[in-house]
Design a protein around this ligand. Structure first.
Ligand code: NAD
Ligand code: UGA
Length: 449
């Protein structure tokens, strides 16, 4: 199959590389000329494990190409995937301007297709509100009389494990109205379903569009729920590790996505919740569980700061109460194995600490450059996790990189001024930490005596 993937961000690049891996010929398109130039030279603009290897392999074989001009692919393509951003607008709704701009460009380029060519399958892979397939259809149709069909095909990959998620999906969801569209989509995805045994769901486009938001909302809700249970566990003297394991063993609940954390972030959960809330309001269906999830997450994003304030005796009204204090911060990305800092709680934590007068020395395995570009010298940047700890009053952990879990705690203790850790990812067991002489603040476990 000949595939175009329009938008070369986290989703588009992964989709392009994985479709090439499945044996399809792929043209990746992006308006960002510098990005396309780098990609042509084999340099990925994002950190995503396994992506570089696939890009290198299929650029070399010629089955994967990149261009700034989508016209290059339209004449021959069987399918064109729209993978551009749908950021949050001021009113909470998903901003559709990039998706609709691409639809217009596809419409213009359709003149390059033969009059008797099979309908081009235009695929909405971006996360878009219900009704977008119809809007994209109308936009393209206003530019061309050539045959095409718009299909909704939401994407469920997670950053940090995106290649595995794409190559071995739990399920593929297709919202389409014709058997031809379903056949094209099946031919594209069959190699992945063969690998994973994943399920194939054909439905109407609005249901596919709503499925995507419902999935993200459900996951976000679970996280906020376990965060609240963790907070309560601290107050009542229970241990959330026991609670989450035991509730997760119920097959109706399941064990995944029950890790308490410092509030969920990333480019999707926060904006998708807002978009779904907006759709609910527009249709007179208040999504009350989602409002509560947003509120709970806002509260949770302050959890580490609250613990620091309590431990260091910060009282309201005192100016710069943490002046003279230095904190090491491990982890800047919104989760491990990515360089993405969109809506990362680490940024809110930095803000909170710096506003209270503290000095913050940060480390991350992939997101340092992104943070430097965003906040510059508001913090100091350490080359290693250990360097960040030197002379610090405490270590704060915001991202669950595996290397932090494996850190040499004896060396960390030597570098710090005091054996004190505020762990937003529960990387260590409280008992072991206490035996090691640490004052260890984690989430939802035994309170520090
Ligand atoms: P991104 O911001 O990383 O990438 C978007 C890309 O589109 C950018 O490179 C931009 O230059 C390009 N672009 C914008 N307008 C264009 C145009 N007219 N022609 C060609 N390229 C254009 O975004 P992302 O994180 O990949 O997300 C894309 C969509 O997928 C969003 O709707 C998002 O909600 C959804 N999604 C994201 C993830 C994720 O993990 N990031 C997972 C599932 C779904
Ligand atoms: C999420 C979904 O998991 C994907 O299925 C979806 O495709 C994607 O959003 C999207 O639509 O963009 P992603 O945001 O990449 O993927 O990462 P997740 O692994 O879901 O983590 C999101 C946030 O929740 C992170 O801040 C993470 O640390 C937090 N989290 C996750 C927890 O606090 N606890 C958990 O148990 C799981």
């Amino acid at each position: 199959m000949q595939v175009m993937v329009i938008g070369s961000g986290y989703v588009g690049l992964v989709a392009a590389a994985c479709f090439a891996e499945a044996g399809h010929r792929v043209l990746g398109v992006d308006v960002d000329a510098a990005k396309v130039e780098a990609l042509r030279g084999g340099h990925s603009p994002i950190y995503e494990p396994g992506l570089d290897e696939l890009l290198t392999k299929y650029l070399a074989s010629g089955t994967l190409r990149f261009s700034t001009d989508l016209k290059e692919g339209v004449a021959e393509a069987d399918a064109a995937f729209i993978c551009v951003g749908t950021p949050q607008s001021e009113d909470g709704s998903a901003d559709m301007k990039y998706v609709l701009a691409v639809a217009g460009q596809i419409g213009d380029a359709m003149a390059l297709r033969a009059k008797d060519a099979k309908p081009l399958i235009v695929v909405d892979k971006s996360t878009v509100p219900v009704g977008t397939a119809a809007r994209v259809h109308a936009e393209i149709a206003s530019h061309t009389d050539r045959a095409f069909e718009v299909v909704s095909n939401p994407e469920f990959l997670r950053e940090g494990s995106a290649i595995g998620d794409f190559l071995e999906p739990d399920r593929v969801v297709i919202g389409c109205r014709s058997d031809h569209a379903e056949r094209v989509m099946k031919a594209l995805y069959q190699p992945f379903l063969d690998r994973s045994g994943g399920k194939w769901f054909r439905m109407d486009p609005p249901s596919a569009e709503l499925t995507k938001y419902a999935a993200n909302a459900m996951l976000a809700l679970r996280i906020s729920f376990i965060n609240e249970i963790a907070n309560l566990a601290e107050s009542v003297g229970a241990d959330v590790d026991h609670v989450k394991t035991a509730i997760g063993a119920d097959h109706r609940i399941g064990p995944a996505f029950l890790n308490p954390g410092p509030g969920f972030g990333g480019s999707c959960f926060p904006k998708d919740l807002q978009a779904l809330l907006k759709v609910g309001r527009e249709h007179g269906q208040p999504m009350m569980t989602l409002s509560a999830t947003v509120e709970a997450n806002r509260h949770q994003k302050q959890v580490l700061l609250r613990k620091v304030k309590a431990a260091f005796g910060v009282t309201p009204g005192v100016p710069a109460p943490l002046k003279g204090r230095r904190f090491a911060l491990w982890g800047l990305a919104f989760k491990a194995e990515t360089d993405d800092i969109r809506e990362s709680m680490a940024l809110e934590l930095i803000d909170g600490l710096v506003n209270l007068g503290a000095e913050v020395v940060v480390h991350d395995f992939a997101a340092m450059e992104a943070v430097r570009a965003k906040i510059g010298d508001r913090v100091r940047y350490a080359r290693t996790p250990l360097e960040a700890c030197e002379g610090a009053d405490a270590l704060l952990i915001a991202t669950e990189w595996a290397q932090y879990r494996q850190a040499d705690l004896a060396a960390v203790a030597k570098a710090l001024k005091a054996r004190r850790i505020f762990d937003g990812r529960n990387l260590f067991r409280p008992e072991a930490m206490e035996q090691g002489g640490w004052t260890y603040h984690s989430l939802g476990r035994r309170p520090v005596e």
